[in-house]
Design a protein around this ligand. Structure first.
Ligand code: COA
Ligand code: ZN
Length: 296
């Protein structure tokens, strides 16, 4: 089994010029559930001044009908975000720690030490509250401000997040700079220390290598991936970040390689169409034309 978390409603919609309304977001999440997605990052409880696109996190989460076998995660940048998330009924949260000083400052206005402490405290509090937990290590391959990220730092931060209670460490190529050889290097260092089932990978497709990177991680035993419907995505605080690896491309590759994902490719077109309608331009992964033909 390959577990795909669709981060489109959060990573995808946070960077759009248009602010998608709560009803639209709900329709998108429902379309993802209908296509068989069972892990979704629905929104983020961040400052509405920092990310106005996510200002409706409370209302969205409260009104969401979640299938019994599905998991909905929400991103929280600090304890205030965690409190808001718990109030709105969250069962799973993700904290975000960037691997460089500058990216932490740009993203959450903290230096690396402060970000580390905040993530640790937020994770501990989430564990006490009985929530499931993920921790992003962002800009794990390269930072738009500092260049190549030292592998040792990524390993160190991943271990610290694990020790602080994160069930899953998500190694994120926030700006889509990694090549498969980089994935091999980072996973080569991580897999000696952390079991594969505690690691997730989050790729962006800026340089067209996201699918190759995903395969590289799959070949090394990684079974947890973030992706976004139609490949929508980006980060408002990381210049040059393009869309995420498209959910439909990853699912198609996984199926052809013999992995189950629970995703029904025949039904994913509706979720892609919903996304296009919401963002106001046509989205879709590399396999979209083939998928549309196969459906017809
Ligand atoms: N949710 C809502 N509001 C929050 C908040 C949260 N999680 N955390 C802080 N705030 C509010 C404070 O109450 C305060 O409000 P006020 O101006 O009305 O008094 C304001 O935000 C500033 O608080 P402060 O603690 O000084 O935060 P900051 O301005 O240093 O910003 C973050 C820090 C983390 C809140 C902000 O940078 C942020 O939300 N970043 C998220 C970035 C993001 O989502 N990136 C993409 C995903 S990786
Ligand atoms: Zn991302």
């Amino acid at each position: 089994m390959l577990y795909i978390t669709d981060v489109g409603p959060r990573d995808g919609l946070q960077s759009q010029g248009t602010i998608v309304g709560t009803e639209g977001k709900r329709a998108l999440i429902e379309a993802l559930f209908a296509a068989g997605l069972r892990r979704i990052e629905a929104t983020s409880f961040v400052s509405p001044k920092a990310v106005p696109q996510m200002a409706d996190a409370d209302a969205l989460l409260r009104g969401l009908a979640v299938p019994d076998d599905a998991r909905v995660s929400v991103l929280v940048p600090n304890q205030r975000g965690l409190e808001r998330a718990v109030d709105a009924g969250a069962r799973e949260i993700a904290v975000v720690l960037s691997a460089t000083e500058t990216m932490n400052r740009k993203n959450i206005r903290m230096d690396l030490d402060a970000a580390l402490n905040t993530c640790r405290e937020t994770l501990a509090e989430a564990v006490r509250a009985g929530l499931r937990t993920r921790a992003y290590v962002a800009v794990a391959f390269a930072c738009p401000f500092e260049g190549d990220t030292p592998t040792g730092r990524v390993v160190d931060l991943a271990l610290q997040m694990r020790a602080a209670g994160a069930e899953e460490i998500v190694i994120a190529d926030t700006i889509g700079a990694a090549a498969p050889s980089d994935v091999e290097r980072v996973l080569g260092a991580l897999l000696g220390i952390l079991p594969a089932q505690t690691i997730g990978m989050h790729f962006h497709d800026t340089r067209g290598m996201a699918l190759a990177n995903a395969w590289c991680a799959m070949a090394r035993g990684i079974r947890r991936f973030d992706a976004s419907i139609g490949g929508v995505g980006g980060c408002p605080f990381a210049p040059g970040a393009a869309g995420n690896l498209a959910t439909e491309d990853l699912a198609l590759m996984a199926h052809q390689c013999g992995f189950e994902t629970g995703i029904e490719l025949g039904a994913i077109g509706a979720a892609i169409e919903t996304t296009s309608r919401l963002v106001g331009y046509p989205v879709g992964g590399r396999s979209q034309r083939w998928l549309a033909r196969a459906q017809a």
